[in-house]
Design a protein around this ligand. Sequence first.
Ligand code: BG6
Length: 502
Amino acid sequence: MEKNPLRALPDRRLHRIAGPCGIVLFGITGDLAKRKILPALYDLANRGLLPPSFSIVGIARRHIDVEQLFTESISKGAQTPVNPTTLNQLLSGLHLVVGAYDSDQLYTDISDTLKELDETRGTGGNFAFYLSIPPGLFPVVTRGLGIAGLNKTNGNNWRRVVIEKPFGHNLESAKELDGYLTGVFPEHSIFRIDHYLGKETVQNIMALRFANEFYEPLWNSNHIDHVQITMAEDIGIGSRAGYYDGIGATRDVIQNHLLQLLALTAMEEPISFTADELRAEKEKVLRATHLYGPVEKASVRAHYSAGCQGGQYVKGYKDEDGIPQDSITDTYGAIALTINTRRWSGVPFYLRAGKRLGRRVSEIAIAFKKPPFLPFEDAADLGQNTLVIRVQPNEGITFKFGSKVPGSEMRLRDVTMDFAYGHAFTDYTPEAYERLILDVLLGEPPLFPQSTELEESWRIIDEVENYWDSSPETLETYEPGTWGPKGADDMLAQHGHAWRRP
Ligand code: BG6
């Protein structure tokens, strides 16, 4: 009988459900685990996407009530309603292993726990080791996993390692870190999480560009004037001084989230969306990315001063708990980049990220060139056509264009066309961590950057950070609730541009 070629295609009506497996969570008491990872696991289970045998092994340095920690983090962070059946099922597979990360005993205990889970819950030897711990601990933990043979498979099962950013502190340390990881796990088993890639709106950049005829012919330096990529937060650093100081906004989010957004916005169309093809296109565009002009004119950093935000007094960065008075860490970073390719030559890409800014918004704004000639007398109010991909909040896409103001005269004004996810779709939108953790458990890597992309990102950021290190006077301050320091406005003004005030 002739084979039906459609049979070879996956049935898209079926949910992607993970097979028998478990997760070993290093740093279960940490902020990220409690706020994002555990609630995401619960939501996945609640949506029926995890196997009934799914097991969670938390690793902590001291004893804690892990059931209480889990239940509290679910009630605060889960998106789906609390369902006692799901909760009990997960609690029955929840274990805690306590020990120092540098003691061999810890890894022996983990190994024993995993064997027991295989026997009692049928996890099949399939485990993801999630390192939600400070990067300084990655080498010691990967070494421990390797020595205990926890990285080994028997051919029928899998072992994967998931690491959280920052992937190093600069290019050199990123390579060193990668050396530790690849010395223990094969590259295809390493999943580097950049949670922005798990956001629906970020994946939609590819749909917008490559599923439509309208945009791509205009997506180049003939029509695009410049691009602004913004990640603004209205919160301060909160209780994260230990993580944040010495890292700063540029390493924390520009090196990864914003440069990944740039790559997706600027890359060529991949042949397919498999990991190899997609990553190759992102890497290619990052390799062609450079500062737009000399570093002193293409970079700005600052941290927030004390002041008033939303009617409330807020502390300055240096007064936050745990921050030294002489800290020169940036809570705001902005860089101007350009991409040396035929498509993008001469088009500036401005990237900025900061805490305690005017409001929380992440977006990509594509500003088009003005028409070469405007046959209207009253067109003074007309701006540039701008396509804004709103990553969050109010996820959607907006297009700004010129329109006639109703009336007897030919007066023009900018108006917007809006697409909002909330209006167009009623489907459940998974949190970024849900999507990415499920991909880890299914062994699907396209949404995880590979080390070469990250190294290219470090190459770009290192030039800026090295300059800042040698020029402490470059550090500016900005008032909370504003849109950043004056230097950032000057950086764009030199090219005749201005930041959007979203
Ligand atoms: C993290 C950064 O990657 O992203 C944090 O380390 C930041 O500093 C967070 O607050 C913001 O994520 P989101 O998804 O709320 O934009």
